[in-house]
Ligand binder design. Structure first.
Ligand SMILES: [Zn+2]
Length: 258
């Protein structure tokens, strides 16, 4: 065998040994924002599960799945503490995160409402249903412990405006996978004026994984196997979004302002 053939053989073996299409080659940093916390309990299920607990549990499972899939994953809160809504994206910006996911559970007056919804920021008010969801999510964090107003806190920072197209693509990719979970009905990607997304300088979505107000979904949310399936689905959605050509903006983590 000529040297050339040996070399060709060697390099084709090398190429064969590479994993096909690795979804996260550059260790993208995914910021996971577990909704609510501390005095802000979020919604409450009919059997007493609070949204802040369920959102943190999902975020922890999702962090583990993302790390196993080759991403860097960071939790915005690791325990039961209050974080003002405008501080959440700010921390992700300062850490130079590439993607921002705020994790919540939905609540509706109709006990039978079920399934997942994924939102990206609307610059306007959105439709009436979306407005109602945003009003609920924004309400819990309207005041800081110091009494600052929400509006003063976010200072109309609209960093998210430049990322809306990617945010929509991320929302579609994540919801497509969540809809494949057994028994979850298609509810669609929606836009609403969520305060937590406004100042995120990266693709950002808010995921309502299930309805905590639905007794059946509340029971499932207490089961780690179900939460792990949600985490799996969201991870696959992020992988698909990245594989479809997402290119993060190259920037250094900015220093936190005093
Ligand atoms: Zn919430």
């Amino acid at each position: 065998m000529s040297l050339l053939r040996v070399l060709l053989c060697f390099f084709s073996l090398l190429a064969w040994a590479q994993p096909p299409n690795p979804a996260a080659p550059a260790k993208l940093k995914v910021w996971l924002d577990p909704g609510h916390g501390g005095e802000d309990r979020g919604a409450r299920g009919p059997k007493g599960l609070s949204e802040k607990e369920a959102a943190l549990a999902i975020a922890q499972d999702l962090r583990d799945k993302l790390r196993a899939a080759g991403f860097e994953a960071v939790l915005g809160r690791e325990d039961d503490r209050f974080i003002p809504v405008w501080d959440r994206a700010k921390k992700a910006n300062e850490a130079g995160a590439d993607l921002f996911l705020s994790l919540h559970l939905n609540a509706a007056r109709a006990k039978g409402a079920r399934g997942s919804e994924v939102y990206f920021l609307s610059l306007g008010q959105g439709d009436a249903d979306a407005q109602a969801v945003a009003a609920l999510e924004n309400a819990g964090a309207e005041r800081t412990p110091e009494g600052d107003s929400l509006v003063a806190g976010i200072l109309d920072d609209l960093a998210q405006k430049a990322f809306l197209q990617d945010s929509e693509r991320l929302a579609v990719a994540v919801l497509t996978q969540l809809n494949r979970l057994g028994g979850i009905r298609q509810r669609g990607v929606k836009q609403a004026p969520f305060a937590v997304l406004r100042s995120a300088a990266m693709p950002a979505v808010l995921v309502e994984s299930a309805f905590i107000s639905n007794p059946k979904e509340e029971t499932k949310l207490r089961d780690q196997d179900f939460r792990k399936r949600i985490a799996d689905a969201i991870t696959r959605g992020i992988q698909r979004f990245v594989a479809d050509g997402f290119r993060p903006v190259k920037r250094k983590a900015v220093e936190g302002k005093p």
